[in-house]
Design a protein around this ligand. Structure first.
Ligand SMILES: [Zn+2]
Length: 218
């Protein structure tokens, strides 16, 4: 009996499922693609064998330790001080961060978020249009499936800075549009794509996000 209990505890310990939190809370602009994007990213997380929680409530950052936190088209100042501390501690202890599109239009008043975790903030954008992305690094799980010149329709953000210390993965109009970096023992991945609902139906874009999540998981 005792041996059985010990074995059960051992198996439970080994099978501890990794956890993903997908946050799409908005205090500013709200993208019409959010609901579709949440479904797609949740499905990606399940394919990566993650337990996934999707939410509009950033207080969940304080509830658990996560293995990856995704800011999916978040906007505005969504975190209070306690939530900021929880996210920062999570990342510094090895949790991955993935920012999609308007994750860069989020938390302007939290320096660490824009300067370190995400790498830049959104400034402006021209109307949605087709552009050619130059995939400058195809050694990364988020880009290895992509052509060198990737034509797609999206809303092309301009940012306030070059992401400091990041590895640039893709450029558009001669500036970075996707990048990744290591932060303490955690990892961060950002893609500027993800404005139109149609982007979340593109297999190449879905695999781009999937590769990004897989990379930050380490
Ligand atoms: Zn947008």
């Amino acid at each position: 009996m005792v041996r059985c209990i010990v074995l059960c505890l051992f198996l439970v310990g080994c099978n501890q499922q990794k956890r993903a939190l997908v946050l799409s809370e908005t205090r500013g602009y709200r993208h019409a693609s959010i609901e579709t994007g949440v479904q797609v990213v949740a499905e990606i997380a399940r394919e990566l064998d993650l337990d996934v929680i999707t939410t509009e409530d950033s207080s969940l950052l304080c509830d658990e330790k996560y293995d990856v936190v995704v800011f999916l088209n978040t906007s505005g100042n969504i975190l209070n001080e306690e939530e900021r501390i929880a996210l920062k501690q999570n990342i510094q202890s090895g949790c991955g961060f993935v920012g999609v599109h308007s994750a860069a239009d989020t938390e302007y008043e939290w320096d660490w978020y824009g300067e370190k975790l995400l790498g830049a903030w959104f400034v402006s954008h021209p109307p949605v249009s087709e552009s050619m992305i130059e995939v400058v690094n195809r050694e990364h799980p988020s880009t290895s499936h992509l052509p060198e010149k990737w034509f797609c329709v999206d809303e092309w953000y301009v940012y306030d800075r070059m992401p400091d210390g990041a590895t640039i993965l893709m450029n558009v109009n001669n500036h970075p549009i996707a990048w990744c970096s290591e932060i303490g023992s955690g990892r961060s991945f950002y893609t500027g794509r993800g404005h139109p609902m149609s982007s979340f139906n593109e297999t190449d874009f879905i695999n781009h996000i999937k590769g990004g999540i897989a990379w930050v998981l380490q």
